[in-house]
Design a protein around this ligand. Structure first.
Ligand code: NAP
Length: 278
């Protein structure tokens, strides 16, 4: 069994990006990220802070737009339009969740596809579905990079994705399908879940329930990717019962130190790509 070291891999990706950022700057292309944060969600504040730190480390310019939780939808759309039209801004990220009463899908749709570094605009999602070049949502993109870095074959393999959210499960399933895996997507209405997860050569879990996937749900030799982030008083836990599942897996990601660091590294990768294309 090998533990997939997302932290080390993300570090090496960031180092490569740093040189690319310097090259782009020499060509007069200055990467700059705009992050919109609406309201006071605590977890979002941590995520946004981590993104600003990553930008700083790579020499990427960064602007944070903090909006009151009572902002009207039209005001939010106007702010996105303004960022769409600014030449200095190469990538726009709207931190989710946004307060109830605001339509996040409408907001994602408003972000210009060229600046949609999170890959949540329907145009980006549609292109992923058609297996065309696009910005892929950072968490699934990071998982693909991890699998690639560890030379894990996907072609013809049975991949099971547990979770079907728009930001993780669905783009993950599409990405694996584009790599010629045979993909099954499970969710809260799935019957006989354990029977299905036991068929997985590659098992990706993104549901948000601490240690939900137990060893009996995993096939011997499976590659297990744990996306879950469950904060408890005792610390941070994944969706997979790591200690027991690792005895059966061929490869497994830890939490923390697995998928999480890769997500930010891929956000930076997408921003550099948007700058290169600008
Ligand atoms: P989400 O939007 O809440 O979606 C959860 C998915 O899990 C849904 O599709 C849901 O099914 C499914 N689900 C819930 N209970 C289930 C059960 N008992 N059996 C089977 N499926 C079940 O969550 P998300 O945004 O995808 O995030 C999932 C987890 O990943 C969270 O812990 C989140 O914090 C973490 N995350 C981590 C990163 C990272 O960078 N590491 C990035 C994003 C998210 P239904 O659709 O039927 O409701």
């Amino acid at each position: 069994m090998e533990i997939i070291d997302g932290k080390a891999l993300a570090k090496s990706i960031r180092e490569d990006l740093k040189s690319e950022v310097e090259e782009l700057k020499k060509q007069g292309k200055i990467p700059k990220l705009a992050v919109i944060l609406v309201g006071n969600d605590k977890a979002s504040q941590i995520y946004v802070k981590n993104k600003s730190k990553a930008c700083e480390e790579l020499g990427i310019e960064y602007q944070e737009i903090l909006l009151d939780e009572n902002i009207q939808m039209q005001e939010l759309l106007d702010i996105i339009d303004e960022l769409n039209n600014r030449e200095d801004i190469k990538g726009i990220l709207l931190q989710s969740p946004i307060p109830d009463g605001l339509d996040i899908n409408q907001a994602f749709k408003r972000i210009k596809p060229e600046k949609d570094i999170d890959g949540f605009n329907p145009v980006s999602v549609g292109k992923l579905c058609l297996n065309q070049d696009t910005f892929v949502s950072c968490t699934p993109f990071g998982i693909l990079k991890m699998l690639e870095a560890y030379n894990i074959e996907l072609d013809g393999k049975n991949a099971v994705v547990v979770g079907r959210s728009n930001i993780v499960g669905k783009p993950m399933a599409l990405s694996l399908l584009n790599k010629n895996a045979t993909v099954t997507v499970c969710h809260s209405h799935t019957k006989n879940l354990a029977e299905i997860t036991r068929t997985a050569d590659i098992l990706v879990v993104a549901i948000g329930k601490k240690h939900f996937i137990t060893a009996d749900m995993v096939q011997e030799g499976a590659v297990v990717i744990d996306v879950g982030i469950n904060r408890t008083e005792d610390g941070l836990f994944g969706d997979v019962d790591f200690e027991n599942v690792k005895e059966k897996a061929s490869y497994i990601t830890p939490v923390p130190g697995g998928v999480g660091p890769m997500t930010i590294a891929m956000l930076m990768t997408n921003l550099v790509k948007a700058t290169r294309n600008s």
